[in-house]
Design a protein around this ligand. Sequence first.
Ligand SMILES: CNc1nc2c(CC[C@H]3O[C@@H](OC)[C@@H]4OC(C)(C)O[C@@H]43)c3nc(N)[nH]c(=O)c3cc2[nH]1
Length: 373
Amino acid sequence: MTERFSFSLHATDGRARTGTISTPRGEIRTPAFMPVGTAATVKAMLPESVRATGADVLLGNTYHLMLRPTAERIARLGGLHAFMNWERPILTDSGGFQVMSLAELRKLTEEGVTFRSHIDGSRHMLTPERSMEIQQLLGSDIVMCFDECPALPAEHDRIAESMRLSMRWAQRSRDAFGDRPGHALFGIQQGGDKEDLRGESAEALRAIGFDGYAVGGLAVGEGQEVMFRVLDYAPDMLPEDKPRYLMGVGKPDDIVGAVKRGIDMMDCVLPSRSGRTGQAFTRRGVVNIKNARHQEDPRPLDEHCSCPACRSYSRAYLHHVFRSQEIISSMLLTWHNLHYFQELMQGMRDAIAAGRFADWETDFHAQRAEGDI
Ligand SMILES: CNc1nc2c(CC[C@H]3O[C@@H](OC)[C@@H]4OC(C)(C)O[C@@H]43)c3nc(N)[nH]c(=O)c3cc2[nH]1
C-alpha cells in the first residue's frame, strides 16, 4: 500500500488514456466514474454494494456535510471513511458550486461566500481556507480547490472576472492545504467556453502546482456540443502526467466523448438520481420503467447485464415496485445504473489498453436505439 499519491499512465489511444491513481487507501483505475455520495451516502446503496458495482472511489461534499452533521462532528467520530463505512478513496468537492446552486441569500466577496443554509436558514461562510479545513476534518483523500463556477452562457468579461477570482482562491487553497503526504489537492480550471480564458486558467494552475487538475465550469447548461467543443482543447492545456477530472459529467454519451478527449475522472448524480425516478440506462439506451408497456414484460432490463436487478427481476416487477413507490425500486434501479456506468468505464479502459477505442466507440453508438426502449 503506497503512502503517497501518484498517477501512472498505462496506455493511450488517440487522446484517450488509461492509467492508475495510487493512494494510501487504494487504487483508482482510470478512466474512472465516481458515484456521488453527497451526504455521506450513495442514496439507496450500501457501501459494499457500491463497491460491488466496481467503484474505486466515491464523492462526498463540503457544502452538505458542513451543514449537517458538521465536519467537526464527523472528525470527532473518526472521519468520513469510518463514519460512512467506505475505506477506499473519497474525493470531496469544495462546496462553492453547491453554495451557488443550493444555498439562499448568498453574498460573494474576495474573501469567500456567506450564505444561509437551505436546511435551517443558519448563516455560514465558505472561504478557501475554511473549505480546506472542512475537507481535512472529513479526511478526504482528494481535496478540491475552493472555486466559483459561473453559469453559461455568460459574457467574456464576466467569465474572466470569475475565473481570475477562482485562480486567486486556488492559490489560497494551496497555501491553506499545506503539505499532506498521501492526500491530493486538485486545481479546477475555469474559463467557461472561452479558449483564451481556459488557457490563462491552466497556466495559473500550473504555476501554483497541483496533484491533479479538474476541468470545471462545464455541465452547467451549455449542452453537449459546446461542452465537447471546449473539451477539444481544454484538457490538453493541463499537465499530461496528472489526472484530469471533468466535474459533474454526465450521460453515457457525454462520458464516452469526454474520455475520447483525454478525461480520466468523472462524477455525476445521474445514475443514482435517475434510478430513483425510474430511468434505467442500458447498452441499448434508456428504459423508463414506469411506462405501461413494461407492466407484463417478463424480461430483465438488459439480458446481458449481471447486476442483481437484471439477474433476478423482470421489467414487470420493476414497473410494479416503481409504481407502488416501494423502496426496493430505488435500490434495484440505482444498483443497475451504477453497475452499467462502471461496465462502461471498464469497457473503455480495456479498449484503450488494446488500442481499439475507435472500434469500441463505434459499437457503443451502434447499439443505442433512439428514444425509449
Ligand atoms: C452537474 N454539473 C456540474 N457539477 C459541477 C460541480 C459539482 C460537482 C459536485 O456537485 C454534484 O453534482 C451536481 C456532485 O455531488 C457532489 C458530491 C456535491 O459533488 C459533485 C463543480 N464543482 C466545482 N467545485 N467547480 C465546478 O466548476 C463544478 C462544475 C460542475 N458542473
